[in-house]
Write a protein that binds this ligand. Sequence first.
Ligand SMILES: [Zn+2]
Length: 71
Amino acid sequence: MPIWCPECNAMLVEGTSECPRCGSRIGTSESGDNLSGTDVAWFSAYTIAIIVIPLIIGVGIALLCLFLFFI
Ligand SMILES: [Zn+2]
């Protein structure tokens, strides 16, 4: 199936990322991969924070209770 340039309506070869007539970039599925990669990294950092912060608070409360018990 031929692809048509959205800017100048020139017929393009399938797989080209740039129009040979007007030079405008043609949207490909590869361009969105970088954004999703950063989203995954941000999500994993957020998940680690959610797990680690209550763990630190829990250990702190446990140590405080132990300390008060011995006094
Ligand atoms: Zn074009």
